[in-house]
Write a protein that binds this ligand. Structure first.
Ligand SMILES: [Zn+2]
Length: 754
């Protein structure tokens, strides 16, 4: 989107009277935001508090969950239902998620919806609810949402999604939320939450897709609201906002209904993470007002994404929503096609990831165990351990060190410009911090205030293009009170509306003056062969504290660099090198570009009350795209320089992640340590690596030996140490530190130190 379009877009949003402008942190204090949006004119809202509220928050934060549905296209029997409930119990699950609608048919006697012809003789939902209660399981009643409702599509063809030419979806029936489908959904929910003892409702798909919908209801609603026809271009910003509004209205209505009818019921929805904003019309920063829990739908093992990447998305969603984000794993290979089970190692790897990312693990069973039970014992073992520590995971908080900013305003600007890949700098930073065992939390502008920043030793702002003036002032206050800052590349170049600032916002805090960009990218070689200046070389200054093992090293990065001049008193820790142009005059012209003399700074450091460092180039993008070790290490050195010693240090390969948390259940001296080992095959073969359509499941995780963690913590007696796998752990205190070592780490571990 052009800058002017962006302005128009934001202007339109403002006139739509949303509670908060898009991408800008709401002015409502955090404590108030934590309450769910009040029901307009609902007298019952006042009851929506007290003991039930605390209890539901408790189990929603972290539990083991078993997600299943009854068989398809055959008689559903009471025996099947009881077997499934029994499986949930025996798998060590605390929550049972159960589909109560099958392809648009109800699995209970409904006044609004036709009954499933395969379950006419008994009330499936009543049977499930009674069995779950008897077994002490929390029950979540599940809906598919706008898809997987073929019977409704058959009965109400006018409710289905239409493209701009009026054609329905080709094979996947999808209902439009602006049609009477929304009302039917609400009626169904009311029947279920008032008629049955359910602890939560889940929706696998409340969305309006990127294509936009041109059904009669959408056309009419749009004309009513905007006095003109739906834009022909489905990517028109107004259409995007219109889609988001339909999703938001639906969630708001569901919230109101729950508040009025059954306030202790949790409202849970799936989301596909940061992409959901554009592709599915889910504006998570708005939807957080209505939802209690999000479930991050990700098929990492199928799409060839590394699993830590899914963990990153989980943290981004958690930061955007400030709600619990559950962490599912599909036990059949792929939910829509292949029913064969995933490898056991993949299951165990997922368990470790749920632990280190503090996402409640959800086993999406999908009726697999009726066909093949070979993975059931693996699930039992994994959940047995995790269930042990569920009470400690609830409300646990990581030992604070670095806050890594995930800028929602930047994400929205990039999405509206179709340039989401520009977040590669963030991904590289995330990966580098992970590999070097730097403790960090992902935060958004929503918590970018001096008050919220105070707990961190260092704030890391990686190419966060858009930043409000109040965010900048909060950072200024934070640094002037001793907080560390690392900012990179184009951070704060734009304001929150996507307007380019005359001087970039953080410039004076960082102590630099900017004078333009240096962009070197493209194939190596002479211009005649399609090449241009290919790379940016840099050298790390010897004797600089940031060098720390990289003294005098030389490396390169692709992408852009901001040309900056340091202000007086500001040091340069690494320099961009100019080219040695004399050597380019080679007759063959196939030589690389030779490095020359130092030119602009790559890293500047300013030391006042707090330490502030600026990385002017796309160092973390270079790490993400090419993995050059110097790039990751130099970035991490910069973070450590600005933040000082982290609260804990890990001695293990970069493929091991360790998180250390305090927990209300452990008192003030207790700690919870979680471990994930991703030392797995295959490291590089994914369906993006040139092997078209090929991807590899993780089938083996190589154990890591002698993992050591040194934690700075006040000395006191260690009363109890417990590992969830039963493997040995050694813990002792010495010179103000707690030393923890695992002789062997398989896929995952959690240690409770009380
Ligand atoms: Zn529609």
């Amino acid at each position: 989107m052009e800058k002017s379009d962006r302005r128009q877009f934001l202007g339109l949003i403002a006139t739509m009277a949303l509670a908060a402008p898009l991408g800008v942190a709401s002015a409502v204090p955090l404590e108030l935001q934590e309450q769910n949006a009040p029901t307009k004119g609902s007298p019952n809202t006042q009851n929506h508090s007290g003991a039930s509220q605390i209890a539901r928050k408790d189990w929603s934060r972290f539990s083991t969950a078993y997600f299943t549905y009854p068989c398809f296209m055959e008689k559903i029997t009471k025996e099947q239902i009881h077997r499934k409930v029994q499986d949930a119990v025996e798998s060590n699950s605390e929550v049972l998620m159960f589909f109560i609608m099958q392809e648009g048919y109800a699995l209970y006697p409904s006044k609004t919806t036709e009954r499933d012809p395969f379950a006419l003789d008994f009330d499936v939902l009543a049977e499930v609810a009674a069995a779950a209660k008897a077994k002490n399981l929390r029950l979540v009643a599940c809906w598919m949402g706008v898809h997987g409702v073929s019977r409704l599509a058959e009965l109400h063809p006018s409710w289905t999604w239409r493209d701009a030419k009026g054609k329905p979806a080709p094979r996947f029936h999808r209902m439009c939320l602006n049609s009477p489908f929304q009302n039917l959904l609400l009626e169904q929910i009311k029947e279920v939450v008032t008629g049955y003892a359910v602890d939560g409702v889940y929706f696998d798909g409340i969305y309006e897709l990127v294509e936009g919908c041109y059904c009669d209801y959408c056309r009419e609603k749009f004309r009513e609201e905007f006095g003109r026809d739906l834009p022909k271009n489905p990517h028109d910003p107004l259409m995007t906002r219109f889609r988001m509004q339909a999703v938001e209205d639906t969630c708001h209505s569901i919230r109101n209904l729950i508040n009025e009818s059954a306030p202790s019921t949790l409202f849970i929805m799936d989301t596909l993470g940061v992409r959901a904003y554009e592709s599915f019309g889910q504006d998570l920063t708005q939807l957080r007002r209505y939802l209690d829990v999000f479930l991050l739908e990700a098929y990492w093992e199928y799409t060839g994404q590394p699993i830590w990447y899914v963990g990153m998305e989980r943290r981004q969603v958690a930061a955007e929503t400030r709600k619990p984000v559950w962490f599912p794993c599909w036990f059949p290979l792929h939910p829509n096609g292949n029913f064969a089970p995933i490898p056991k190692a993949t299951i165990r790897l997922w368990a470790g990831e749920a632990l280190v990312n503090q996402g409640a693990p959800v086993c999406v069973e999908q009726d697999l165990f009726d066909i093949d039970r070979s993975r059931f014992p693996t699930l039992q073992t994994v959940f047995k351990g995790i269930k042990k520590i569920s009470p400690y995971m609830r409300g646990s908080k990581p030992l604070p060190y670095a806050g890594l900013l995930h800028s929602v305003a930047t994400k929205e600007l990039l999405i509206s410009n179709r340039a989401l890949s520009n977040t590669d700098n963030f991904k590289g930073a995330y990966m580098a911090l992970l590999e070097h065992h730097i403790p960090f939390e992902v935060i958004t502008e929503g918590t970018l205030s001096f008050h919220d920043l105070k707990r961190f030793k260092v704030l890391v702002v990686v190419d966060a293009l858009c930043m409000t003036q109040s965010n900048i002032e909060a950072i200024r206050q934070y640094v002037s009170h001793g907080g560390g800052l690392v900012a990179t590349y184009r951070s704060s170049y734009y304001d929150e509306d996507g307007h380019l600032r005359e001087h970039f916002g953080l410039a004076d805090i960082l102590g630099v003056d900017a004078s333009g960009f240096l962009l070197r990218e493209g194939p190596i070689g002479p211009e005649q062969l399609g090449g241009r200046e290919a790379v940016t070389y840099y050298r790390i200054a010897a004797g600089n504290p940031l060098a720390d093992g990289l003294e005098g090293d030389f490396s390169s990065l692709s992408g852009g660099v901001v040309k900056v001049t340091p202000q007086p008193g500001v040091d340069v820790a690494a320099h961009i090198l100019d080219y040695d142009y004399r050597k380019q005059d080679n007759p063959d012209r196939k030589w690389v570009w030779w490095p020359g003399k130092p030119s602009y700074p790559l890293i500047t450091t300013k030391k006042e009350a707090g330490r502030a460092a600026y990385i002017s180039g796309e160092l973390t993008l270079a790490f993400w795209r090419h993995g050059l070790p110097e790039a990751g290490r130099l970035f991490v050195n910069t973070v450590r320089w600005a933040g000082g010693t982290p609260p804990f240090e890990v001695q293990a390969p970069g493929s091991v992640q360790v998180e250390v948390c305090t927990s209300p259940a452990l008192g003030k001296d207790g700690l919870l340590c979680m471990f994930s080992n991703r030392t797995a095959n295959p490291l590089y073969l994914t369906n993006r690596s040139g092997a078209e359509g090929a991807y590899q499941y993780v089938r083996e995780v190589v154990p890591v030996h002698d993992v050591k963690v040194r934690i700075k913590t006040p000395a006191s007696d260690i009363k109890e140490t417990l590992t969830i796998t039963g493997r040995p752990v050694r813990v002792h205190r010495a010179s103000g530190n707690l030393h923890l070592s695992l002789p062997v780490l398989d896929e995952y571990e959690a240690v409770i130190i009380g």
